[in-house]
Design a binder for this molecule. Structure first.
Ligand code: FUL
Ligand code: CA
Length: 490
């Protein structure tokens, strides 16, 4: 009896041990290895913001210029009804998550009372020299729950010492002021325009700097990282390292849009560089997603004669499709007018645009429907196709390692008119899909209604109004097993 008991005990222990070790091996096999490079948490958060605004405001408002020469007197800066709360409340209302301000544009005029120069709001009649645009906007952002970002032009046409080492110290001192007094900053914009003619303290001449060496960017970025260790600041420039320029100012990301790129391939003057910025490269060594910066008006700054040229809600909607709809974040410029308010036409366009977005994407016809796939990872419930219709980015359908194609079918329950299909890859594990198509069930067979390459954080495919009861997504090619968070149908 004793013998049997102990035998039972031993075998039970062995049995449980075997089970546990077997299931942990299973778990290990099911775990999806990230496809490097992958985004940092700050980059994932940035992708999820989708819509950010940039505000261009300075003495240019009062001279009607796009690039101030640097000899503008601070006396001319005098908005009559400045109200940063008006900006932020409207931006929030229409869906922006963050706002970046030109704290200093190429003309050198500072929108905050910098202790390192007199060329600032402090010398202006606005609020008797007591005003602070940066502070007012930052405060309004915090109050309304928007992220705050800064643009500080490296090129400075006002500074006498632009081109010399002392200017770099000046530039860094100003970054320190901004990050210390107005942080945390979610994104820092380093503009690519550099050198040329300017006032330069009265010299009125043309100055060239060596773009590769003059600013010593690595040291400047390290300084900023020290000033703000947490949360991570995303640095925007032509080549990142946080976010890259998309290569045009028309609001258009590449139809193929990899978040990955090899930064070394991006040096000024290389031909085809703008195309590369728009598409990225599938074998890029860093995660540096493209940001689509574009202005709601022809210019970046406000000009009364452009009041009739504000982009229409329909134009903004198209820009949304070619930016957010191609896996980028949109950075839309809205310049306040001479009063210091967002102008009525811009506000009307923004609201009209929001209405179009809400109408187009209000009703996800695939929400909660049963989805089936030709296979799913380990035949494990954690990776079933139904994960793509649960409206949760964190749950996904995935295939086994080595399986780089597959399809997901969604039964919409009844005939519906489909105008957009939206897909999302679970980018924390890397960007994978390089070719896919969408089919609709029509006249008892599958008809291809869209074909595309990359997905990334979000891909929206406009469909020519199709009536169908079933949609099938075919992942045709991927760099590793596809990991799809969501498929939505509108
Ligand atoms: C460019 C600048 O030269 C424009 O004035 C504007 O600030 C735009 C966003 O970036 O490089
Ligand atoms: Ca999901």
């Amino acid at each position: 009896m004793k013998y049997y008991l102990s035998c039972f005990a031993v075998s039970t222990i062995l049995y449980f041990t075997a089970c546990t070790s077997e299931s942990s091996t299973d778990q290990q096999n099911l775990m999806i290895a990230p496809l490097e490079p992958v985004p940092s948490q700050a980059q994932v958060d940035w992708h999820q913001m989708e819509l950010n605004a940039i505000i261009h405001f300075t003495t240019n408002n009062f001279t009607d210029k796009e690039w101030g020469y640097g000899d503008e007197s601070p006396e001319i800066f005098n908005p009559t009804d400045f109200d940063a709360e008006q900006w932020v409340s409207i931006l929030k209302e229409v869906g922006f998550q963050g706002v970046i301000l030109t704290c200093k544009h190429h003309d050198g005029f500072c929108l905050w009372p910098s202790e390192y120069t007199d060329h600032s709001v402090e010398q202006s009649p606005w609020r008797n020299g007591e005003g602070d645009v940066v502070g007012a906007l930052e405060e309004a952002c915090r109050k309304h729950g928007l992220e705050f970002g800064v643009y500080l032009s490296p090129w400075d046409r006002n500074r006498e010492d632009y081109g010399q080492p002392s200017y770099i110290t000046y530039y860094r001192n100003q970054l320190e002021e901004l990050f210390t007094n107005y942080g945390p900053v979610f994104e820092m914009w380093f503009d690519g325009a550099n050198g040329g003619d300017g006032y330069y303290g009265g010299a009125r001449e043309t100055r060239q700097i060596d773009r590769q060496t003059y600013y010593d960017w690595p040291a400047t970025l390290d300084l900023v990282r020290e000033l703000q260790p947490e949360p991570e600041v995303l640095f925007f420039s032509d080549a990142g390292p946080g976010v890259r320029w998309v290569g045009n100012e028309r609001g258009i990301a590449g139809e193929t849009n990899w978040n990955t790129i090899t930064a070394d391939t991006l040096f000024a003057g290389k031909s085809g560089i703008n195309d590369l910025l728009a598409t990225g490269s599938p074998d890029g060594t860093s995660w540096i997603p493209a940001e689509v910066d574009v202005s709601i008006r022809p210019g970046w700054f406000y000009h009364a004669d452009e009041d009739s040229l504000v982009k229409t809600p329909e134009q903004l909607f198209d820009i949304y499709l070619s930016s957010v709809g191609r896996g980028s974040t949109l950075l839309l410029n809205i310049p306040p007018d001479r009063r210091g308010l967002l102008q009525e036409n811009d506000v009307a366009s923004l609201r009209g645009w929001r209405k179009l977005l809400d109408e187009a994407f209000a009703n996800n016809l695939a929400k909660g429907v049963t989805a089936t796939a030709d296979s799913h990872r380990g035949e494990n419930a954690e990776f079933t196709a139904t994960n793509v219709t649960d409206n949760d980015f964190e749950t996904y359908w995935a295939t086994d390692d080595g399986v780089t194609s597959g399809n997901i079918e969604m039964d919409l329950g009844q005939e519906q008119t489909v105008q957009y299909v939206m897909l999302q890859e679970y980018i924390p594990l890397g960007q994978r899909v390089s070719k896919f198509s969408v089919e609709a069930w029509q006249n008892d067979e599958w008809q291809t209604i869209a074909q595309a390459t990359t997905i990334g954080y979000k891909r929206i495919l406009p469909i020519d109004s199709v009536r169908t009861s079933k949609i099938r997504v075919n992942i045709e090619e991927a760099q590793a097993c596809p990991v799809i968070s969501e498929v939505k149908v509108f």
